[in-house]
Design a protein around this ligand. Structure first.
Ligand code: GAR
Length: 187
């Protein structure tokens, strides 16, 4: 594939989804190239991955949302980014940012949306004694975790499941469905 879509990944923490996207994007036929990584957290482990894989990155503090978004948009436009992937980015993007970016924004969320939107997903899932949980990749719209679903994967919750075991089990599926979703939106 010659024309890979220039993409940016937003992160806040560990970056395991970022890692799976970096690995996939190194495949000749994968439709995107990650040209930029932006973090709102200077300590995000994902920034180490950016260095390791030699991908340009920026840290913009999030004390003021408007400033974070303005800085990010400037950088994104400079690099001619045409797809934005949120991968463990723990902030909500404003309507204004989404409108100004103009291209597709996608997100991964650790639940079977529309169930359990928002934060602290796994503990809420366990409290309500669900039989299944999972993960969802969806388009980002101004209303949180509510855009059109691209792919979803379900996992069974065991009797003695803990928050941590559920998180890890779901993460393993996230690492598969995020790259698959990107392939599917370019088909
Ligand atoms: C992932 O489980 C992702 O789905 C979730 O944070 C984790 C980040 O892990 N995202 C959200 O909850 C977004 N609201 P990672 O940094 O290792 O990719």
């Amino acid at each position: 594939m010659v024309n890979k879509t220039k993409s940016c990944v937003f992160i806040s923490g560990k970056g395991s989804n970022l890692k799976s996207l970096i690995k996939s994007s190194r495949d000749y036929n994968f439709p995107i190239k990650i040209e930029l990584i932006i973090s709102n957290n200077i300590k995000a482990n994902g920034l180490k991955l950016a260095k390791k894989y030699n991908i340009p990155f920026k840290f913009f503090p999030y004390d003021k949302q408007e400033k974070f978004e303005r800085n990010s948009l400037l950088e994104i436009k400079k690099k001619n980014i045409k797809l934005l992937c949120l991968a463990g980015f723990m902030k909500v993007l404003s309507k204004n940012f989404i409108k100004n970016f103009r291209y597709k924004i996608i997100n991964i969320h650790p639940s079977l949306l529309p169930k359990f939107k928002g934060l602290n997903t796994h503990s809420r899932v366990l409290k309500t004694k669900e039989k299944y949980s999972g993960c969802t990749v969806h388009f980002v719209t101004p209303s949180v975790d509510s855009g059109k679903i691209i792919l979803q994967k379900r996992v069974l919750i065991n009797k003695n499941e803990t928050e941590n075991s559920l998180k890890e089990k779901i993460l393993r599926q996230e690492h598969k469905i995020y790259p698959q979703s990107i392939i599917s939106i370019f088909k």
